[in-house]
Design a protein around this ligand. Structure first.
Ligand code: ADP
Ligand code: MG
Length: 320
């Protein structure tokens, strides 16, 4: 199929009527009317081919993932999605690819009621940068900095399947074709935990979304909150697929695997019943994996409560 020009591309694949914004794609800026009394919450995430997604990911899944990882940051703050902008670099304007990408993108945008209001389009190595806008009542923000000694530590969903997919693709774990395709879908089609973030307003003392691996991401909470943590490795929720892997693969995927996009949060033990209600309301499981203590550092415990000694660094773009 013939490729399309820049403005035809924007018009055909990325322009839709807007509801919440009073001006969307097509002018020099977009205009939004914020809800009076609410804070506007902003977050940006960039996805580069080879770094954040495999070159053979389907266009539709990439459209989904690009927005999902941004929405996940809103979820971590307990914010409600409003709108987003899309900066897109593509080596060529392939209509088939663009149709798939915009289909995946708008499907998740509609599901979370988040409108595309503008962006930028350029030729170059495939990269996607989304800035998402959300709303949150100023007093209800979930932050990394609020964890207290004595708080429980919870995570949503199950952890480690996305990393297991990567391990299998790299030949470091063996999975049959059907299982690989299942965990690969987990890696490429994550669900942002928006409903859970909103349900945790007024309950969680701190929260973060797990994008780079639990050890590093929980580490950010500990640093910002000035506390330490004990985490039970056995308590960490995992799929039957991951549970069937050798212990060291499980540990690597659970502790340092990235791309989970689940929420990690803390709350005082007297709120356990409310946390269970929030989980039911949001339709996602929540598992207690440890507790916050005074001091510094993150320690993992075995089934008997004995400290485990291992070094599982989290993902860092400028290390390795
Ligand atoms: P300018 O040159 O003034 O920055 P552009 O010509 O780049 O504007 O973009 C024209 C319009 O199309 C703008 O409203 C911009 O927000 C929108 N736009 C450009 N690329 C995208 C995209 N990938 N998705 C959504 N809107 C886009
Ligand atoms: Mg421009």
């Amino acid at each position: 199929m013939a490729s399309v020009g820049e403005f035809e591309l924007i018009e055909r694949y990325f322009t839709r009527p807007v509801k919440r914004a009073w001006l969307g794609v097509g002018d020099d800026c977009a205009f939004i009317n914020p809800t009076p009394g609410m804070s506007t919450v902003v977050s940006t995430d960039m996805l580069l081919e080879g770094r954040h997604f495999l070159p053979d990911i389907s266009a539709e899944r990439l459209g989904h993932k690009a927005l999902a990882v941004n929405l996940s940051d809103l979820a971590a703050c307990g914010a409600k999605p409003v709108a987003f902008t899309l900066a897109l670099a593509l080596p060529e304007a392939d209509p088939e690819w663009l149709a798939g990408f915009s289909k995946g993108l708008f499907a998740i945008a509609d599901r979370f009621d988040c409108e595309l209001i503008g962006g930028d389009t350029t030729r170059g190595p495939r990269a996607i940068c989304i800035t998402v806008l959300g709303e949150q009542a100023p007093g209800q923000a979930l932050l990394r900095s609020g964890a207290h000694a004595g708080d429980d530590i919870f995570v949503s969903g199950v952890l480690g399947d996305a990393r297991l997919a990567l391990e299998a693709i790299r030949g470091h774990a063996s999975l049959d074709a059907a299982t690989l395709s299942k965990v690969r879908k987990t890696m490429e089609v994550p669900t942002p935990r928006i409903a859970l973030g909103i349900a945790l307003r007024g309950l969680a003392t701190s929260a973060i979304d797990l994008s780079d691996g639990l050890s590093g991401d929980l580490g950010h909470v500990l640093d910002r909150s000035g506390v330490s943590a004990l985490v039970s490795l056995d308590a960490m929720p995992r799929s039957a697929t991951l549970a069937a892997q050798p212990p060291e693969v499980q540990r690597r995927c659970l502790v340092s695997g990235g791309d989970d996009y689940e929420l990690l949060f803390t709350a005082p033990p007297e709120l356990r019943a409310f946390i269970a209600d929030a989980s039911t309301q949001a339709g996602v499981t929540v598992t207690r994996i440890g507790r916050i203590e005074a001091g510094k550092g993150l320690r993992f415990l075995d089934r008997a409560g004995e400290p485990l000694n291992f070094d599982e660094p989290s993902f860092d773009h400028f290390r390795d």
